[in-house]
Every structure is written in C-alpha cells, then in structure tokens.
Design a binder for this molecule. Structure first.
Ligand code: 4NP
Length: 157
C-alpha cells in the first residue's frame, strides 16, 4: 500500500483539489486498493471546513466531487506515516521540511516536480485571485497527477 498526502496552506483549495483529481485517476486505473490519498494544510484557519465553493465548482465541471472532504492540519506524524508528502508550493514545502524529522525529509517533495519541465514550480494560490485561477490550478494538478502515478507505478507497483 502506498500512502499519498497533498499539502497546501489552508487545505480548502489546492490540496483538496489534488486529492480529488488523484483519487479519480487512481480509481479509473483500477488501483484504488493499492494507493491511499489524503490532504492537509500547514495552517489551521479552515480546519473542519469543506473545500472552497469555487474549487468544488471547478472540479465538478470535470466530474470530480470534493464535497465530502474536510480540511485538517498536517502534523509531523503525517510525514512519518505517508510515503509521498507533496507540497503545492515552495513555502509549504519549506514548512513541511521544518516540521519533518531528518529521516523523513526525502518524502517531502514539490508536487509539480512530477510534471514535465524544469523542477521547482509552485501551484499558485487561487484563494484571493480573480478570474480563472481555479481552472489553472486544475490544469496544473491534472498534469502532475499523471506524472505522480507513473512514478508510483515505476517504483512501487
Ligand atoms: P489553499 O488556499 O492553501 O490552496 O487551501 C488558501 C486558502 C485559504 C487561505 C489561503 C490560501 N487563507 O488565507 O485563508
């Protein structure tokens, strides 16, 4: 069993979207029994809340239901328990490394490093933005999700 955790700041926009998109992909590929998927936030502001309505609406247009997910805060124990701890941006990546024990730091990666192209990219925070930020988030997440599944297949399945 491979355990994947997506992490952003509030756990109401980017990481719940990644959780929903990746679960949809994993189930479509018949791997639902081989991979567990969760998400969390480095901040606690939105703990217990469902994903942002704008994230839910954008995902719904692509056939993905985020409505049952609830925000929670990530802990050091999560980094221990999960195999992949995937930060949506550089700031959350740094914050995860700061709470991780040295032996678990290799699990903490930037999610977009699983997408083609140069490493080091971040998923932009759509929360305060205007326009189609939520569509952009979904587009980036879909590409990286495919790369992540390839990596899991290559290394673990
Ligand atoms: P997320 O977006 O990290 O993608 O869930 C945000 C949600 C809430 C806030 C910031 C980012 N906030 O400041 O409340």
């Amino acid at each position: 069993m491979i355990h994947v955790l997506f992490v952003c700041l509030g756990n109401i926009c980017r990481s719940p979207t990644a959780e929903g998109v990746f679960r949809h992909l994993v189930e479509r590929e018949g791997l639902g029994d081989a991979v567990t998927i969760d998400s969390g936030g480095t901040a606690a502001y939105h703990v217990g809340q469902p994903p942002d309505r704008r994230s839910q609406a954008a995902a719904h247009l692509r056939g993905i239901d985020l409505s049952r997910q609830r925000a929670r805060q990530v802990t050091r124990e999560d980094i221990e328990a999960f195999d992949y701890v995937l930060a949506m941006d550089a700031e959350n990546h740094a914050n995860l490394l700061a709470i991780s024990t040295p032996g678990n730091r290799h699990k903490v990666r930037l999610f977009l490093d699983f997408a083609p192209g140069p490493p080091g990219k971040s998923v932009p925070d759509p929360y305060y933005g205007q326009g189609n930020g939520f569509e952009t988030v979904l587009d980036m997440i879909e590409v990286a999700a495919a790369g992540l599944l390839d990596d899991i297949r290559d290394k673990h399945l």
